[in-house]
Write a protein that binds this ligand. Structure first.
Ligand SMILES: O=C(O)CCC(=O)C(=O)O
Ligand SMILES: [Fe+2]
Length: 348
């Protein structure tokens, strides 16, 4: 594994209102100002209540889900069973952590070769353009991989709220992966079995903090990427928009629906679904005046079991475009460093 150094948290750079250094400047990479007008688009919505209700209502919702994943690679998850007040608590702990004094946050700073904890964009090359983002990354599951020393003790409700959110999203993950299988006429547990997610689910939480940035025309919060996940549940900031998605070569702004979650298809889902469901290419923008906080919960596959196309989907008319990849010890850093993705490794 390559060594990964770390920059100063952006939040500490951002306080003096100065223009960011060249290291954060994506300008000149062609294509003009990053914040040039990008249209707002309504991505599809999937109602989880309907998915788990009567077969006829569920069927209609399954069709929406499958269309959303094949055309967009994402949808807004609504009626997910979590109360608004609970989701508000999740928003609050996310903001409150980044509002803590610098010294308090530094208690959770990540180690150079690990992703777990508080830190900045990973620096893997000297000439890398950096993202205007600070992050807190915490493994949620399986329990033996949780590193509690990185779980903030402040705000006081942080740990219990995140724990509960993880349990709820674990349930939602199961419901949605089963629904995805059903929408393709597959046995409902086929993904769960393949990802080794029957017991226990592998999940991590990534809190993203984008301080205000005086140059939203040149600086990105999060460079364009697809997620190295099966699926990602994104809780956007309630007020400040920032997520953009690429569809048919064009960027679109994703509106904020308070308390809805944006579900992104990740690279592992694309491989196992033979590309029937596309992984979402997306980026995070910065705002010149306001900070933005989002929380991504990642549903991950088991590295030892690997990712492979679901066999039932492969036939003569639809030969497999991908092969099995057991990525094992290949970490997110390795992929990040090489600029490759799991999809590149899987493509035949
Ligand atoms: O902040 C956002 O809206 C996007 C976050 C994201 O894409 C990620 O954490 O992978
Ligand atoms: Fe992402």
């Amino acid at each position: 594994m390559g060594s990964v150094s770390m920059a100063t948290p952006v939040q500490e750079l951002a306080t003096d209102g100065q223009d960011p250094s060249e290291r954060y400047n994506y300008g000149g990479s062609g294509g003009g100002a990053l914040n040039a007008s990008v249209p707002l688009v309504e991505i599809p919505t999937v109602d989880v209540g309907s998915l788990i209700s009567s077969p006829s209502a569920a069927n209609h919702e399954l069709q929406k889900l499958s269309l959303a994943l094949s055309s967009w690679g994402c949808f807004q998850v609504v009626n997910h069973g979590m109360t608004d007040s609970f989701v508000d608590r999740v928003h609050e702990i996310s903001k409150q952590f980044f509002d803590l004094p610098k010294e308090e946050k530094h208690r959770y700073i990540r180690e150079p070769d690990s992703i777990e904890g508080y830190g900045t964009d990973m620096i893997v090359a000297e000439n890398q353009t950096l993202d205007w983002i600070d992050r807190l990354y915490l493994t949620l599951n399986p329990p033996n991989q949780v590193q509690l020393k990185f779980w903030p003790e402040k705000p006081e409700t942080f740990r219990e709220t995140l724990q509960e959110y993880g349990v709820k999203l674990g349930e939602l993950n199961q419901i949605l992966l089963k629904a995805m299988a059903k929408s393709l006429d597959l046995e409902e547990n086929c993904f769960l079995d393949q990802y080794g997610e029957g017991e226990p689910v592998i999940m991590s939480a990534r809190f993203n903090f984008y301080p205000p940035c005086p140059r939203p025309d040149q600086v990105l919060g999060l460079k364009p990427h697809s997620d190295g996940t099966v699926i990602t549940f994104l809780l956007q900031d309630k007020e400040v928009e920032g997520l953009q998605v690429l569809k048919d070569g064009q960027w679109f702004r994703v509106p904020v629906i308070p308390d809805a979650l944006v579900l992104n298809a990740g690279e592992h889902l694309e491989v196992s679904k033979l590309g029937e469901f596309k992984s979402l290419y997306h980026r995070g923008m910065v705002d010149s005046e306001r900070e933005r906080v989002s929380l991504a919960v990642l549903s991950l596959s088991n590295p030892q079991m690997g990712v492979e196309p679901i066999e039932e989907l492969v036939n003569e008319e639809r030969p497999s475009l991908y092969r099995k990849v057991i990525y094992g010890e290949t970490t997110h850093f390795d992929y990040y460093k090489s600029g490759r993705t799991l999809i590149d490794d899987a493509r035949v």
